[in-house]
Design a protein around this ligand. Structure first.
Ligand SMILES: [Zn+2]
Length: 366
């Protein structure tokens, strides 16, 4: 299969999946098919990209641009003052969207998005890369997971034009940017005072999403569709294959987690035939359909000292750590109720009853 046909077949694959969810994709399928049957003599002309119209800007083929997303100058619209990065390839291809900083304190993803965009040469790119590296821009600036009014932006999608600021931001992103996306990678870390093993989260029941997850190449995939109102779940509902890359802790940059994320974005772009990539083996992924948190037991609060680490494979009854009550010096053992891999955990700190300590994942047949 030559490059043009391969690129076209990938696009069709994505659109066929989307057509189960929304009628408008059908026309796009026909559009891509029409490219596939274009005679070779005119294929090069048909493959030339035209300019992209986005947020009132025109991005010419073979160029890249960074600009602010500011719909107007009102007080509330100022919360939409987020950066937008766009690279438009010379030739047609899929549009991949990268989003980060939906939770403003999750900095690894913000830097993954920046680096992934910085290394793109639009002259060699097929298709378009759209990056929203700091959706909750105010949160990124001040280290706040939430918006200024304490709302979680990642529960507000797809949003609506007449709601809270979270809803306004979500609606603006959905209606102005996500309509262009053929696939979405949303970048996160664990929440405050916890750390995540680098992993992909994906709805494994959807073949297009499953392929995206595998080709990211991180080696660990945790199944699930995510909570209502999250960007990933609502994008999938709108017919856009979407996955999450989760890695590390909030509030700081972690080189290993960032590098693995940048490599994963590159892997996905190569899989979508947007860029050339040296031959690289995608590792067999450990795919986990199930996960659960192990929590501090009732009245077992105190100082938490973990012994298990991220990536450990544990069995039923294995000790994961201990909690010491500093007033009685009584020690509570934290024991694994299941066999699985430690994919997330709390840092060593004082904890109360019910605090989520270890996130364990396992395969259905385990
Ligand atoms: Zn997050």
């Amino acid at each position: 299969m030559n490059r043009e046909c391969w690129a076209t077949s990938v696009a069709i694959c994505l659109k066929v999946i989307r057509c189960h969810c929304c009628g408008r994709s059908l026309a796009l399928i026909l559009w891509f098919v029409s490219i596939a049957v274009t005679p070779a003599a005119t294929a090069s002309t048909a493959d030339q990209a035209d300019s992209l119209q986005l947020l009132g800007r025109e991005i010419a083929p073979g160029t890249r641009s960074k600009f602010p997303f500011i719909p107007d100058r009102s007080f509330e619209a100022s919360y939409l003052n987020m950066p937008v990065f766009v690279a438009r390839g010379l030739t047609r291809g899929p549009t991949l969207c990268l989003t980060a900083g939906v939770h403003g304190d999750e900095l690894n993803g913000v830097e993954v998005a920046r680096r992934a965009f910085a290394q793109i040469d639009p002259q060699k790119l097929r298709g378009t890369l759209i990056v929203l590296p700091a959706i909750n821009a105010e949160g990124v600036r001040v280290g706040n997971r939430y918006l200024s009014d304490r709302r979680d932006l990642n529960r507000a999608f797809p949003g609506r034009s007449g709601g809270s600021v979270a809803s306004l931001i979500a609606h603006a992103i959905f209606t102005n940017v996500l309509i262009h996306c053929d696939a979405l990678l949303d970048l996160h870390t664990a929440s405050n005072q916890r750390a995540n093993l680098p992993q992909i989260r994906a709805d494994l029941s959807d073949p297009a999403i499953r392929e995206l997850a595998i080709h990211f190449g991180i080696g660990i995939i945790v199944g699930g569709s995510g909570p209502d109102g999250s960007l990933r779940r609502e994008a999938v509902r709108a017919g856009i294959p979407a996955i999450i890359y989760e890695a590390g802790e909030p509030l700081r940059f972690q080189e290993d987690e960032i590098e693995r994320g940048v490599q994963g974005v590159e892997n996905v772009m190569a899989y979508l035939d947007m860029i050339e990539q040296a031959e690289r083996e995608i590792p067999n992924a450990r795919i986990y359909e199930r996960s659960r948190w192990v929590r501090a037991g009732f009245r077992n609060g105190g100082f938490f000292f973990p012994t298990a680490q991220l990536g450990d494979i544990v069995g039923v009854g294995d000790s994961l750590g201990k909690i010491v009550d500093p007033l009685t010096d009584k020690t509570f053992e934290v024991v694994s109720p299941i066999a699985g891999e430690v994919i997330g955990m709390a840092v060593s700190k004082p904890v109360l009853s019910g605090f989520a300590l270890f996130h364990l994942a396992w395969h259905d047949s385990d």
